[in-house]
Design a protein around this ligand. Structure first.
Ligand SMILES: Nc1nc2c(c(=O)[nH]1)N[C@H]1C(S)=C(S)[C@@H](COP(=O)(O)OP(=O)(O)OC[C@H]3O[C@@H](n4cnc5c(N)ncnc54)[C@H](O)[C@@H]3O)O[C@H]1N2
Ligand code: MOO
Length: 469
C-alpha cells in the first residue's frame, strides 16, 4: 500500500530532528534591521525599564493636577512657566523659589514639556509644586506678563490653563512599557516586525539568529530552459523553467534560506549524479532539492541518479494529490569523513504539484529542522459557487451542495480563494480547475485547502484546514 501523507510527515520529522544539531552553533549575529524571518538562537530580555523615567506623552505643561481643578475657558488658572524641557536632555531640577510678595499670593508653577521629555524633579515640599501631570498645549493659552499686576511675577512667562487635569494625565510612567527582565523574544522564534520594534526600543542593534539553511536547487528536463521573455515569445519547443524561480523565491522569503539555483540537470542519471556530487563537494548544503524526473517516464532519472550516489530512499510516492511521485532520500555527505548525510527532496515537475510538495513536505521538514512547530492551519468554511438565495432555497436546508468528491485513500491539497475574512470567520471557495501543470488557476489562488484522507465528499458549509499562500 502507498505511504500515507501522515506516514511521510513522520519520516520527515524524524529525519529533520536528527539533523537539527547542525543548526545549534555557530549562530549569525546580524543587524536588527535585517532580522525579519530569521530565527533567534537565544532569548532576548529587557535590560532596563522603558521608559527609563516618567516622561510626557504630549507637548504641553507639566503641572500639579490639584491646582487645575477649577480651570475652564472662562475661569482659567494662571501658572508661571519655570522652564522648558526638550526630549532627551538631562534631568531638570526645578527650584521654585519665589519672592515674599509671590508667596502671599502664590501663582502655581508649571514647566513647558515636550512629548517624550523627562518630567522634572522639583525641590519643594509644597504639595502644589508636585508636577504630577501634563496639560496639553491645546488646553492652555499664553498670557502676556503685563496682564498680571501683582508685581511679583511680571517678568516671568505666564500661561492660562483652560481645563482640569487628572493626576498622571498624559504622563508615561517609568517602566510602564517594559520592565527590566521582561522576556521580549524567546529562543527559536521567527523574528517578526513587532519583535524588531520592541528590541530596537530596548537598544538592541544586533540579534543572534540561527544560520540560514543552505539549499542546493536543480530543475530537470531537456525541455526546460531558463530563457528570456523575448525567447519565450518566439515559441520554440521549450518550456520556461518555472520551478527554479518559484522555489528559490519562496524558500528565501519564508525561511530566509540561502538558495543556490544550480541549473537544469540533463536527462541522464550519470551526468546528474556527477553534477550533484560536484556541487556537494564545493559547498556544504543542508538540503538538496530537484524538481521533475521522479515519476514513471523513460527520462525520469532521479531515482537512478540517487542509486549512483549511494543514497537511501526514505520514501518515493506518497498518497497525496498533487505530489504523488514525491521522493525523499538521504545522500551520504561527500565533504566530510563522518557518516553524515544530506536530506534530498525529489519534487514532481508539474509546477503546482511542486508548489504543493514544497508547502506540505519541504516546509514541515524545514520547520522541524529549525526547531519550529508545524504550521497551524486556519479553519475555514468552504462555500460552493451558488448564491445564498439558492443555498437557502434548498427544501429543508439539509441538502447541501456537493462541492467535490475525492478518493478515500489520499490526502488532497486544492487551491482556493478567500471570499470572506473576519476575526473569527474565514470562508473559502475551491478553485475547480486543479490540473497540476496549469498555472492560470494557481495565479488566482490565495490559499491551499487540505482535505484529509477518508473525507470523500466535500459539501457547502464544511469546515476545512486552510493555509494562506
Ligand atoms: N505513468 C505515470 N505517469 C505519470 C505519473 C504516474 O504515476 N504514472 N504521475 C504523474 C504525476 S502525478 C506527476 S506530478 C508528473 C510528475 O512527473 P515528474 O516529476 O517525473 O516530472 P516531469 O515528467 O519531469 O515533468 C512533468 C511536467 O512538468 C513540467 N516541468 C518539469 N519541470 C519543470 C520546471 N522546472 N518548470 C516548468 N515545468 C516543468 C514538464 O515539462 C512536464 O510537463 O508525472 C505524471 N506522470
Ligand atoms: O503530483 Mo501529480 O499532480 O499529482 O500531477
Amino acid at each position: 500500500m502507498l505511504l500515507t501523507y501522515l506516514e511521510a510527515i513522520q519520516i520527515l520529522q524524524k529525519e529533520a530532528t536528527s539533523h537539527r544539531t547542525t543548526f545549534s552553533a555557530p549562530s549569525d549575529t546580524i543587524p536588527l534591521a535585517q532580522a525579519i524571518n530569521r530565527i533567534t538562537s537565544k532569548q532576548y530580555c529587557s535590560l532596563r525599564d522603558t521608559p527609563q523615567w516618567d516622561t510626557s506623552a504630549m507637548d504641553g505643561y507639566a503641572i500639579n493636577s490639584q491646582v487645575t481643578q477649577t480651570a475652564s475657558e472662562h475661569t482659567p488658572v494662571i501658572c508661571q512657566v519655570k522652564e522648558t524641557i526638550a526630549a532627551g536632555g538631562e534631568e531638570v531640577i526645578i527650584n521654585p523659589t519665589v519672592s515674599e510678595a509671590a508667596k502671599k499670593k502664590k501663582t502655581p508653577i508649571c514647566v513647558e514639556i515636550m512629548t517624550g521629555a523627562r518630567f522634572p524633579r522639583v525641590e519643594s515640599s509644597h504639595p502644589f509644586d508636585v508636577l504630577d501631570c501634563c496639560v496639553k498645549v491645546e488646553d492652555t493659552r499664553p498670557l502676556s506678563s503685563s496682564t498680571v499686576n501683582d508685581g511679583a511675577e511680571s517678568s516671568s512667562r505666564l500661561i492660562q490653563i483652560l481645563a482640569p487635569a487628572r493626576p498622571n494625565q498624559n504622563k508615561r510612567l517609568a517602566g510602564e512599557d517594559f520592565r527590566r527582565g521582561d522576556m521580549i523574544v524567546d529562543r527559536h522564534v521567527v523574528v517578526r516586525p513587532n519583535h524588531v520594534m520592541a528590541l530596537a526600543s530596548l537598544g538592541y542593534e544586533c540579534v543572534e539568529v540561527l544560520r540560514k539553511p543552505r539549499i542546493a536547487l536543480f530543475s530537470t528536463g531537456a525541455e526546460i530552459v531558463c530563457h528570456t521573455v523575448e525567447e519565450a515569445a518566439k515559441g520554440r519547443q521549450q518550456v520556461s523553467d518555472v520551478n527554479g524561480p518559484y522555489l528559490t523565491s519562496v524558500l528565501r522569503e519564508t525561511f530566509a534560506c540561502e538558495v543556490d539555483f544550480l541549473g537544469i540537470l540533463e536527462d541522464n542519471p550519470t551526468t546528474a549524479a556527477d553534477t550533484i556530487s560536484d556541487q556537494l563537494k564545493r559547498k556544504q548544503y543542508d538540503v538538496v532539492i530537484t524538481t521533475g524526473a521522479v515519476s514513471m517516464g523513460r527520462y525520469d532519472f532521479v531515482p537512478k541518479a540517487l542509486e549512483m550516489l549511494d543514497a537511501r530512499v526514505l520514501f518515493h510516492k506518497v498518497a497525496m494529490k498533487p505530489g504523488h511521485p514525491a521522493l525523499f532520500a538521504s545522500i551520504p555527505s561527500v565533504t566530510n569523513k563522518s557518516k553524515s548525510t544530506i536530506p534530498f527532496f525529489g519534487l514532481p515537475g508539474n509546477p503546482v504539484a511542486a508548489a504543493a510538495c514544497l508547502r506540505f513536505l519541504v516546509f514541515p521538514f524545514l520547520r522541524w529542522l529549525l526547531s519550529q512547530d508545524l504550521e497551524e492551519p486556519r479553519q475555514a468554511v468552504v462555500r460552493s459557487m451558488v448564491s445564498n438565495e439558492q443555498r437557502f432555497a434548498s427544501k429543508d436546508g439539509s441538502e447541501r451542495n456537493v462541492i467535490a468528491i475525492f478518493p478515500s485513500d489520499r490526502d488532497v491539497f486544492r487551491t482556493g480563494t478567500v471570499i470572506h475574512q473576519s476575526r473569527n470567520n474565514l470562508e473559502v471557495q475551491m478553485i475547480q480547475d486543479h490540473s497540476p501543470g496549469k498555472i492560470s488557476s494557481f495565479l488566482a489562488a490565495d490559499c491551499w485547502m487540505h482535505i484529509h484522507r477518508e473525507k470523500t465528499v466535500l459539501h457547502d458549509g464544511d469546515v476545512v484546514d486552510v493555509f494562506l499562500i
